[in-house]
Design a protein around this ligand. Structure first.
Ligand SMILES: [Zn+2]
Length: 674
C-alpha cells in the first residue's frame, strides 16, 4: 500500500547552498520549524536531500555530503516531523554539479550544430546513474520519507556525450544526427524520450525495493510539454509552474490537462514575485487567487519558499502562508475527490507537439491559445492527450482540434465514429502527417472540403458571410496574423471567406515591406471559403482555415476569439453550462457524488509594463448569471465558503437551473444538490 498523496497545505523549502558556504544549516532548527508549521496546519513539506550543486544533506556513505555540513539534516527533519504529524518529501536534484567537476566524463555534451544543446549537468545515460543516483536513492529511501521529488529527471536537451553516442550506436548503428529536420533526428528524439521513461522506471524500482510506500514525482514530467501517459510507478505529477508571466493562467492551463491523467497532481506556486530568482513577497491576494485556480481545476496546492542561507525560515512568510492555508481550508473539503464534468475536449497530441517542437520539448502554442480563448469565453473544458481522447471521446459534447498534426489512425477512426453518432467537431488549419506535405485525407468526408495548398505569408483576412458568425464583430475584414490553408468545398457550407492580403513590392526603397505602408492591406477581387460547416452522419463539423488558436496565443485578438465563440455557438447552441458575466471569469464544472460544483474565479488582474502579473486588489464582480442544464429539480443550491458573502438566487424551470450570483470576490463554489 502506497502513501496517500492528498493535501493542499504543503510547502516546498528550497535550499541550494554553495559548496564553499561554511555556515550551512548553522541556524536550522527542525523542532522550531515543525512547531511553526504545525501551528498553521501544514501537512507536508518538500525538504532538500540533494541540491543542484550536488551537495547531499544526509549522512551519505556513497555520495558527496555538503563539505561544511556537520549534521544529518534529513534524519533530524524526519524525526522532528513525526511528532507534529507532518509528512516529508525528499527533494533530489539530478544536475549534480559536483560530479560534473569531479568527473567531467559524466557531463552532458551539446554540439555547435544544434542550437541550445549545451548545458552544465551530468548525463542520465552516463555511468552516473548506476554509480551515484541509484546508490544514493537506496540511502534516502531508508529514511522515513513519504515521497521523493525529483528535479530534472528527464532529457530536456539533446546530448552527444560518449555514453549517449555509444548507446544510440548499439541500437541504430549510426551516430546521433545533428540535422534537427531529418528523419534520423525524429528517430533519435523518440529514442531519447524512451530512455527517459526507462530511467524513471529504474529509479522507481530502486526506491520501491527499499520502501514500496514511497511516492515518486518528477518535476515537469508528463505535463503538456511531454504529453504522454505517465507510468504506473509515478505516484504524483508535479510542476513548479512558470511564474515569470501570469502564474494563475499557467496554473489553469496545466491543471485542465493534468486532471485528465487520473493521478494526484500538485501545482507549485511560490511566495516570490519573480519565481525562484527572488526574495520578494507576493501579495496574499495573488497567492489565494493562484490556489483557487488550482483547487477549482482539481489540483493540489503547494507553495514554494526558500530557507535563508543559514537554514532559518522566515516567520513572516509562514504567517502569510497561514492566511492562504485558511483560504484553502474553507474550500478543499468540498472540492476533494470531485472530478471534471466532460463537456468540451481540447486535443493536445504528443506527436503533433513533437513535430512542431524540437522533438524533446513539445510545442504548445495552439493549445495555450485555445486554453486562453475558451477561458475568456467563460467555457468549461478539459485538455486531453490522444490516449485520453480515444478513451473518453463519447462523453464530450464538442471536440476541438487546434492545429494538431500527425493524429493516429485509431484516433481518426474514433473521431469519425463520434461525429457520425452525433458528435460536434471543430478543427483548425492543417492536420496532415508532416509539415511538408498536405495529406489530411481523413478530413475530406468529415468536413466536406479538400485542402488545396498552404501559404506561409503569415497573414490574411476573414470575412464572416452568415449572420451567426457575424455576431458581435465589426463589419469589416477581420485581420488574422496566421498562415492559411486554401480549401475547396465539396459538401460544406461557407461560413466565412478569406481575402488575400496585398503583397506586391514595386520599388526598391525600404519600408515597402512594412505592414504600416500598404503591405498586408486586404484585397477584394477574390474570395475563398475559409470557415465551413458540414454535416456528417448525425453530427456537425466546423473547419477553420487558419492557425487561429496560435494567432490568439500570440496576439490576443478579441475578434478572433469572437469568431471561434460564434462557431461554437453554431455547433452547440445548447450548453451544459452557460455563464454570463460583465467581465470574463474562469468557470469549472465538477461533479462529486450527487452534487455539481460550479467554481467561479475572478479573472481581473492589474495592468503592468513588466511581468509578472500581480493582483494586489481584486474588484468584486457583480451580476453573474449561470444556466445549468438539469433534468430534475435540484434539492438545494448552496454556496461555499459559507462565511463569505455571495448573494445568490436560483430558480428551476423544468430543464434549466438559473442561478444569479450578486457578488464574486476571489473564488466561490456553488454546490447544486440533485
Ligand atoms: Zn549523454
Amino acid at each position: 500500500m502506497k502513501n496517500s498523496y492528498k493535501g493542499n497545505r504543503k510547502i516546498h523549502f528550497d535550499y541550494h547552498t554553495p559548496p564553499d558556504f561554511q555556515e550551512v544549516a548553522s541556524s536550522f532548527e527542525p523542532e522550531t520549524l515543525m512547531k511553526d508549521l504545525a501551528e498553521i496546519g501544514c501537512e507536508l513539506i518538500n525538504f532538500f536531500a540533494k541540491d543542484l550543486f550536488g551537495n547531499c544533506y544526509w549522512n551519505t556513505k556513497v555520495g558527496h555530503k555538503h563539505p561544511y555540513l556537520k549534521r544529518d539534516l534529513l534524519k533530524e527533519v524526519t524525526e522532528a516531523s513525526k511528532k507534529y504529524g507532518i509528512k516529508i518529501v525528499a527533494y533530489y536534484n539530478v544536475m549534480d554539479l559536483y560530479n560534473v567537476q569531479a568527473h567531467p566524463e559524466l557531463k552532458h555534451r551539446g554540439c555547435k550544430e544544434v542550437q541550445n544543446s549545451e548545458g552544465d549537468y551530468v548525463c542520465l545515460n552516463s555511468p552516473w546513474l548506476e554509480k551515484v543516483l541509484l546508490p544514493e536513492l537506496k540511502e534516502i529511501s531508508s529514511y522515513e520519507v513519504s515521497g521523493i521529488f525529483f528535479d530534472f529527471l528527464y532529457f530536456h536537451q539533446p546530448c552527444f556525450c560518449k555514453w549517449c553516442e555509444q548507446k544510440f550506436m548499439d541500437e541504430f548503428s549510426y551516430e546521433i544526427p545533428k540535422d534537427t529536420k531529418s528523419n534520423e533526428w525524429k528517430t533519435y528524439t523518440k529514442w531519447l524520450r524512451k530512455r527517459g521513461n526507462e530511467i524513471v522506471r529504474k529509479v522507481c524500482e530502486t526506491i520501491h525495493e527499499v520502501n514500496s510506500k514511497i511516492l515518486v514525482g518528477v518535476n515537469w514530467a508528463y505535463v503538456q510539454r511531454q504529453p504522454e501517459t505517465p507510468p504506473d510507478d509515478i505516484g504524483f505529477i508535479t510542476l513548479d509552474v512558470n511564474e515569470t508571466d501570469c502564474t494563475s493562467l499557467n496554473a489553469s492551463y496545466y491543471a485542465k490537462y493534468l486532471r485528465t491523467l487520473n493521478k494526484p497532481f500538485d501545482i507549485m506556486t511560490t511566495r516570490f514575485l519573480h519565481w525562484w530568482g527572488d526574495w520578494a513577497l507576493k501579495p496574499v491576494t495573488t497567492m489565494k487567487h493562484e490556489c483557487a485556480v488550482i483547487l477549482a481545476n482539481g489540483g493540489q496546492c503547494i507553495i514554494g519558499d526558500h530557507f535563508y542561507i543559514d537554514g532559518k525560515h522566515e516567520k513572516e512568510v509562514i504567517k502569510n502562508i497561514s492566511n492562504v492555508f485558511d483560504f484553502i481550508s474553507k474550500r478543499e473539503t468540498i472540492l476533494d475527490e470531485a472530478s471534471s464534468v466532460p463537456f468540451i475536449a481540447v486535443l493536445h497530441s504528443a506527436e503533433n507537439s513533437y513535430i512542431k517542437g524540437n522533438g524533446i520539448v513539445a510545442d504548445e502554442k495552439s493549445t495555450r491559445g485555445a486554453h486562453k480563448l475558451f477561458l475568456e469565453c467563460n467555457l468549461h473544458f478539459d485538455i486531453l492527450n490522444e490516449e485520453g481522447l480515444i478513451s473518453n471521446i463519447d462523453k464530450y459534447s464538442l471536440v476541438v482540434i487546434p492545429e494538431q498534426m500527425d493524429l493516429s489512425e485509431t484516433l481518426i477512426t474514433k473521431i469519425k465514429d463520434y461525429v457520425k453518432a452525433g458528435g460536434k467537431l471543430l478543427l483548425s488549419y492543417d492536420s496532415s502527417k508532416t509539415k511538408e506535405e498536405l495529406d489530411a485525407q481523413w478530413t475530406k468526408e468529415l468536413f466536406g472540403i479538400s485542402l488545396k495548398n498552404k501559404d506561409s505569408l503569415g497573414f490574411g483576412y476573414i470575412v464572416p458571410e452568415v449572420s451567426d458568425l457575424q455576431k458581435n464583430l465589426p463589419r469589416m475584414p477581420i485581420f488574422c496574423r496566421s498562415n492559411f490553408v486554401d480549401i475547396e468545398e465539396k459538401t460544406a457550407k461557407t461560413l466565412a471567406s478569406k481575402l488575400d492580403a496585398y503583397t506586391t513590392i514595386t520599388s526598391k526603397q525600404g519600408w515597402e515591406g512594412w505592414l504600416g505602408a500598404g503591405i498586408g492591406s486586404p484585397t477584394f477581387d477574390r474570395r475563398y471559403p475559409t470557415i465551413t460547416l458540414n454535416e456528417f452522419g448525425n453530427g456537425k463539423t466546423v473547419f477553420l482555415g487558419c492557425e487561429i488558436f496560435k494567432a490568439y496565443f500570440e496576439y490576443n485578438d478579441w475578434t478572433l476569439r469572437t469568431i471561434v465563440m460564434n462557431a461554437i455557438d453554431l455547433l452547440l447552441p445548447e450548453k451544459v453550462i452557460e455563464v454570463s458575466s460583465p467581465y470574463p471569469i474562469e468557470v469549472t464544472l465538477l461533479k462529486k457524488e450527487e452534487s455539481y460544483l460550479i467554481n467561479l474565479i475572478n479573472w481581473h488582474s492589474e495592468r503592468a509594463y513588466k511581468t509578472p502579473i500581480i493582483t494586489e486588489n481584486l474588484p468584486e464582480i457583480n451580476n453573474i448569471t449561470i444556466n445549468l442544464t438539469l433534468d430534475k429539480a435540484p434539492k438545494n443550491v448552496l454556496v461555499h465558503p459559507e462565511d463569505e458573502e455571495h448573494k445568490i438566487e436560483w430558480q428551476w424551470n423544468g430543464n434549466k437551473l438559473k442561478i444569479r450570483v450578486g457578488k464574486l470576490h476571489i473564488h466561490s463554489i456553488l454546490e447544486v444538490r440533485t
